[in-house]
Ligand binder design. Structure first.
Ligand code: MN
Length: 266
């Protein structure tokens, strides 16, 4: 379904999972400003790797905040996906037409999409029938100093413009991963599939002062298998990765096998 051609009428929700004061969301909002009316609603703290949530056991508060350049934004004490739901259900005077989430300071590749608040914001948008786009930056792990979001923000604008032009089918969202390169090197865009992550988690067991054990899920940053047609392979080659994801996670090619199983009652 193509979106309204009248850009002044287009209401873009910009959100993230890193918190409203994270630099990536401000870079994204400012880059998208020429495309429509921007509303920023994001969590008041960092929720990275919090996955998809719906807060039902407590009230949600929304407050207006001012970002470092004077931009007005809104912060919620809910989870990232709550922010999308709040906007869709009427926190603002009009419902958003499109949801853009990011810019996450690290990549979201392969299986990461199930952990990533950045991506689950786009999933939440798709559940409500809106185009959702997650933007993640493949910042090198040990990069010293400040992250430069400007190239990724410019790429995000190009992709959001394309979504406005072409629309997305129902239940489809985009997960975008952008290599950490100068803008003049970000010329190639590849449509990719989800790659395979290699998680290097290890269980770190320690003892508290009362000799009770506690645990950290620790270990090195995950790597991945860099097959060319995957998100992992694209960013490794310095190519902008655009992965279309579907809300329907049914494993269709396994249904016939399952139908042959014998389920033995009793
Ligand atoms: Mn994050």
């Amino acid at each position: 379904m193509p979106l309204n051609e009248e850009r002044a009428d287009l209401h873009i929700l910009v959100t993230n999972d890193d918190g409203v004061y994270a630099p990536g969301i401000l870079a994204l909002a400012n880059a998208l400003r020429p495309l429509g009316r921007i509303s920023i609603l994001a969590p008041e703290r960092n929720w990275s790797a919090a996955g998809h949530q719906k807060t039902l056991n407590r009230p949600l508060r929304v407050k207006q905040v001012t970002l470092v350049d004077g931009t007005l934004a809104h912060a919620s004490d809910g989870a990232p996906s709550d922010c999308v739901a709040l906007a869709v259900l009427g926190v603002f005077d009009t419902r958003p037409d499109i949801v853009v989430s990011g810019i996450n300071p690290t990549n979201n590749l392969g299986h990461d999409v199930t952990y990533s608040g950045t991506v689950t914001n786009a999933i939440e948008a798709a559940i409500w029938g809106l185009p959702g786009i997650a933007i993640s930056l493949d910042t090198p792990n040990a990069k010293p100093g400040e992250v430069d979001y400007a190239p990724a923000a410019a790429v995000a604008r190009v992709i959001v413009e394309a979504v406005i032009r072409y629309g997305l089918p129902r239940d489809v969202l985009l997960s975008v991963n952008i290599p950490y390169r100068p803008l003049e090197q970000l010329t190639e865009f590849r449509i990719t599939r989800q790659g395979n992550r290699v998680y290097r988690d290890v269980l770190v067991k320690r003892e508290d002062p009362w000799s009770q054990p506690y645990y950290w899920i620790g270990g090195e940053f995950p790597t991945g298998i860099p097959e060319e047609d995957t998100d992992v392979g694209a960013v490794e080659q310095g190519v902008v990765s655009i992965t279309p994801l579907h809300l329907d996670m049914t494993a269709y090619d396994h249904m016939d096998t399952l139908r042959q199983w014998k389920f033995i009652p009793g």
